[in-house]
Design a protein around this ligand. Structure first.
Ligand code: WT7
Length: 655
């Protein structure tokens, strides 16, 4: 834990004394009742796994904990697409809406019932199989927020083909890196995706990526944008040619009986090296973990309309747009576009139209709505909302209060849910109707989860103190490793403190046992709720032919949580310019994706280094935050940092 993080958390605690006890009307009907915290760990997961999941063969043992590897529901057989779709149709819920899908162009809507979804999934699975995708085939998915994205994931789950969904905002380099790491043989993509009224050419990126990913032998391309695209005969196939004429009869494509521990998908995420990690999630544990948390934390009832306004390209969408809600036969909203297209009230139109009752989004989006002003929300009837959720980064109390007041009409609980790509499911969270809410605190570990705060020596910090967050017991949806890199898995998560999962976040546990998350403790930044490593951005900068050296850090940003600041030395002692800054920012966008663009670039003839040549990032963070400089005595040349400070003050900040 850095001193600064500690100090910030103390401020937060001192300032934040507002309390929101549960409302009795909510408690009376809540899915989670008070005894849930008394339930024994094994009984809890065993009962829930049997209640919420349909098994083709029962499991022999609940879990096995062979540190650092856990296995869950050993010997059990099941299929995720059966659990998310078929069984609901068999249970008479065929006419229930699975997705209200809203395209970005106004009036572009689809209502997909569970029966529709079953037919669509079966057709896609049949088509994919004819192309050669079979159990165990690795598939990349690079799509926008179209219904065919969850359909693809479910069709692949039906066949038993593990996949990785790559967020549509990632560059060709990022996509090919993932396709190569997973050795994908197929890519499912689309021609173009809508983005603020314009078509973004996904297929062009996919083409570039496939050139660099020789294992990919065929691509399936959904027509969505209608844009002109490149085409490689023999490799590329239109979705409508592959899928449309296939049978939608479920018996034409029975779901594969998957083993509980079969790989379901990989989700790549940033760590402290330039190479993203392929986080492994397996079948049964992920299904149980996401469906159980979805049921209790979002208090979902049969008539609720649930909207997780994330992108399926991230873990949030996998867990809480696709698997959790569908497993629970929930009606969800899925929206393709940006919140301000065509106007800033688009979200509130959607809430009003579908009578959304539960909304789940990220603090950065809440702050954006705050900046736009409450009038957009006020111009629509949001009285259907009864519960709000937040995820992705610590939520500042002001945003929490604004969200509850202006979106939740001052009525709704707000659940601040802490989790990660690696955890697969929410781990620290209030349970609505039970927990006294504190703006800015994710409150308590989910039942069956044991979290703690450790000091540098691995001792538990007494209440009130800050330290490193760790998880002490396994949970069903936990990662099963880093694909192809067991050493990195051991090193990243299990080496800092023996026997416990090292999260990488700082936290404080207060006198009531509530957790306050305080941001990352490693070289990972959190920009708009997405993890980006400093080294990834540095590598992208140094990849530019004119860059000699680069150091990157995050600074606090009122909108995005953190913003990226880069300190760059050009080759041959060249001076920077506003044009060069634009060029370098674009270069980072090209190499990684627009989300990784530095907000600021400070050109400097030298970076502050210790005598042994290590860049002193702590000082760069001081500069980026415009703080007094910390101890500079170990610098090789103390004047360097003063000079950088001066330069930093004249560099403009952009988007
Ligand atoms: C990191 C994980 C899990 C889906 C979104 C991000 C931060 C996440 C919270 C929260 C404070 C949070 C942590 C975590 N984070 N939720 N409610 N309060 N911090 O997934 O990209 O894997 O990032 O996001 O720093 O480690 P991810």
């Amino acid at each position: 834990m850095t001193e600064e993080a500690g100090a910030r958390a103390i401020d937060a605690l001192l300032a934040e004394e507002r309390r929101y006890p549960p409302q009795p009307e909510f408690t009376a009907r809540a899915n989670a009742q008070a005894d849930i915290y008394d339930r024994n760990f094994e009984e809890f997961w065993d009962t829930e796994a049997k209640a919420r999941v349909s098994w083709l063969a029962p499991y022999d043992s609940l879990y096995e904990w062979d540190l650092p590897y856990a296995k869950w529901f050993l010997g059990g057989k099941l299929n995720i697409s059966y659990n998310c779709v078929d069984r609901h149709v068999e249970n008479g819920l065929g006419d229930k809406v699975a997705y209200y899908w809203e395209g970005e162009p106004v009036d572009d809507r689809r209502v997909i019932t569970y029966a529709d979804l079953q037919g669509l999934v079966v057709k896609a699975a049949n088509g994919f199989r004819k192309l050669g995708i079979e159990r165990g085939t690795h598939v990349g998915v690079y799509m926008g927020m179209v219904p065919e994205l969850p359909i693809t994931m479910l069709a692949l789950a039906r066949i038993g083909a593990p996949f990785t969904v790559v967020f549509g905002g990632f560059s060709p380099d990022s996509l090919s890196g993932r396709l190569n790491d997973m050795q994908c043989e197929y890519l499912i993509t689309q021609d173009g995706a809508w983005r603020r009224g314009r078509i973004f050419d996904l297929k062009k990126n996919a083409d570039e990526a496939m050139e660099m990913a020789p294992t990919v032998k065929a691509a399936v391309v959904l027509r969505r944008g209608g844009n002109e695209i490149g085409w490689q005969e023999g490799r590329d196939h239109w979705w409508h040619d592959v899928v449309e004429h296939e049978s939608d009869d479920p018996s034409s494509c029975p779901p594969e009986a998957m083993d509980a521990e079969d790989l379901f998908f990989l989700m790549y995420t940033s760590g402290t090296t330039a190479r993203p990690k392929g986080i492994m999630h397996t079948t049964a544990g992920y299904l149980v973990g996401t469906s159980v948390t979805h049921h209790y934390i979002f208090d979902v009832k049969p008539d609720d309309v649930f909207w997780c306004a994330a992108d399926i390209g991230w873990i949030t969408g996998h867990s809480y747009i696709v698997v959790g809600p569908l497993a629970n036969a929930t009606t969800s909203v899925m929206y393709e576009g940006l919140p301000d297209f065509p106007d800033r009230d688009r979200w509130w139109q959607i809430v009003e139209r579908y009578k959304v009752s539960i909304l789940y989004t990220a603090p950065t989006t809440i702050r954006t709505h705050m900046k736009w002003g409450p009038e957009y929300a006020a111009s629509h009837d949001l009285s259907s909302l009864r519960l709000l959720g937040s995820v992705g980064e610590p939520i500042n109390p002001e945003a929490w209060i604004w969200y509850r007041e202006h979106v939740g009409g001052g009525r709704t609980p707000v659940v601040d849910t802490w989790w990660q790509t690696e955890t697969g499911m929410i781990l620290i969270t209030p349970l609505p109707g039970l927990t006294t809410l504190k703006p800015g605190s994710a409150t308590k570990p989910f039942p069956g989860v044991e979290a703690a705060v450790y000091d540098d020596h691995g001792n538990e910090v007494p209440p009130g103190g800050g330290g490193y967050l760790v998880i002490k017991t396994p949970w069903p949806a936990m990662l099963r490793g880093i694909y192809g890199d067991p050493e990195r898995y051991q090193q990243t998560y299990w080496s800092r403190f023996p026997g416990v999962y090292f999260v990488g976040d700082g936290a404080r546990k207060d006198e009531d046992g509530d957790f306050w998350l305080m941001g990352r403790v490693d070289d990972v930044m959190n920009v708009s709720g997405h993890r980006i490593s400093t080294i990834e951005v540095e590598s992208a900068l140094v990849d530019h032919p004119e860059v000699a050296e680069a150091a990157v850090c995050g600074r606090n940003d009122p909108m995005t949580g953190q913003a990226i600041v880069a300190f760059v030395t050009l080759k041959g002692g060249k001076e920077g310019s506003p044009e060069k800054m634009t060029e370098l920012r674009d270069h980072v966008a090209k190499v990684i994706g627009p989300i990784a663009k530095p907000a600021n670039i400070v050109f400097t003839p030298e970076l502050p280094k210790t005598r042994s040549g290590k860049i002193m990032r702590r000082l760069l963070r001081d500069v980026a935050e415009n703080r007094a400089l910390g101890d500079t005595t170990t610098l090789a040349d103390a004047s360097v940092v003063e000079e950088i400070k001066e330069r930093a003050t004249v560099t403009p900040t952009e988007d």
